[in-house]
Design a protein around this ligand. Sequence first.
Ligand SMILES: Nc1nc2c(c(=O)[nH]1)N[C@H]1C(S)=C(S)[C@@H](COP(=O)(O)O)O[C@H]1N2
Ligand SMILES: [Mo]
Length: 538
Amino acid sequence: MENTHGARRTHLWAGGLIGLVGAAVALGVGQLVAGVINPKASPVVAVGDAAVDGSPAAVKDWAIRTFGANDKLVLIIGIVVVLALIAIGLGVLARRRPSWATAGVLGIGLVGAVAAMGRPDAGPLDVLPSVLGAAVGAWALRVLARRAWPYGPATAYEEDAGRSEGDHEETVTEYPQAHPVGELDRRGLFTGVVAGVVVAGVGELAGRGLAGRLNVDKARAGVALPKATRPLAPLPKGVDLRIKDLSPFSTPNKDFYRVDTALVIPQVDPRTWTLKIHGMVDHPVELTFADLLKRPLMESDVTLACVSNDVGGPYVGNARWLGARLADVLRDAGIRSGADMLLSTSSDGWTCGTPVDVVMDGRDALLAIAMNGETLPLSHGFPVRQVVPGLYGYVSATKWVTDIKVTRFDQDEAYWTPRGWSPQGPIKTQSRIDVPRGSSTITAGPTTIAGVAWAQHRGVDAVEVSIDKGPWRQARLAEAPSPDTWRQWVLDGWNATPGNHTIAVRATDATGYTQTDKYAPPAPDGATGWHSILIVVK
Ligand SMILES: Nc1nc2c(c(=O)[nH]1)N[C@H]1C(S)=C(S)[C@@H](COP(=O)(O)O)O[C@H]1N2
Ligand SMILES: [Mo]
């Protein structure tokens, strides 16, 4: 039991605690409502999406480079931490200025609602998770504050001494009160906190469960992949040098890099998926998934690369894709003269601008449905994505594609263009050292140096290695099934001597172009420069 003096203590910790529990209730209710309406409208996800779309290209670049595939997790954690700090502040405020705290909670809800409405595929109901979550959260905060300080807030100590123990109203003026105003009721606080945590947890779990009913994993598992009308021969053995720690020629799906703006992987049901082709065409087309599976399907080995890759970066991978020729589908629609851009849109509103002439020039530009013999994984665009050899992913590789508008570069702009990236993005010739690892320590003696090089749709003709700025030595190249894939390379017979060494690599593509040593950063249209590593030999 507190004494009168103790009652005047501020109990900041209790304020912070009820703030956190109120926020948890708000998020739990928000998640539950989002589960019913639309998982992407959940407050944290909506704010995260808005942060992704609203942050400058340089920040996104930095996030991708620094956190890699964890960039989205880091963002969500960041949002939750900021929210927790605000919640603690509002909880402390709730004791003495309950209406300010309520206004604060509703204000946060408004931020969530605005973020949810800012999504390109938002519906009017998408404000509800944030609005209802905030309303219930604000109410919960007031209830918690009343339970924690049932005898009134500390500021009312002098003004309102008779509020407690109504039965003894006559006598309280003469004797010290049993419960001074402003006293913390630990039991009331505790039970309130427990109730709040239960509500938050149930909301969170039920919301996730409801969101899961939209899960298309089952639909994906049910897809019966047709065989290719024009199957490719199995890969020749010679494509893979089978060197330890060297990137395998075929990147397993589970190891394939993932780059996109989606915080929640779009769940696109193949039974309702359609692809609309419209704009500067003679006959607009709308394809269903079944229509697409009935078309002639071809296989193609294509290496994808991301423009955000710095020199030597990891965002490149090679797969065998199965799909319908995009050029044939476009020919059915009849492209009108003057059109030079395909503006493709994903189910979540991301857009991509691809040159018409590149897609129509005979290369294996696909509407792909499978990757390495497996139905397209959800994270790589299920049910249908574009694959265009020779172009960076941001101008070609639309995942979850649902719409292609045939248009002109001078009339339309894709997602990354106003964010500082070039409208056009042919892949630049690049090479990378995988073995030995940069900055590693190795033992002296004969050492294998190996890596990959790519110049999609031109092909890699030569790779050279220079040790300690010495003469360029020709690396041995693995086979490549087509100019659309990367090529492994190896330099045997280097006798590593103790000390520090630098190793640099450069490739020459089939047009005769040799990589420049002049460094350019990824923005606006792809990095250039030689990959160079430092190693320590002991
Ligand atoms: N819908 C959608 N498709 C997208 C993107 C995206 O953000 N959204 N990112 C593109 C980029 S920048 C790249 S590099 C490739 C990466 O494909 P992957 O994740 O399958 O490796 O997808 C492209 N397709
Ligand atoms: Mo990318």
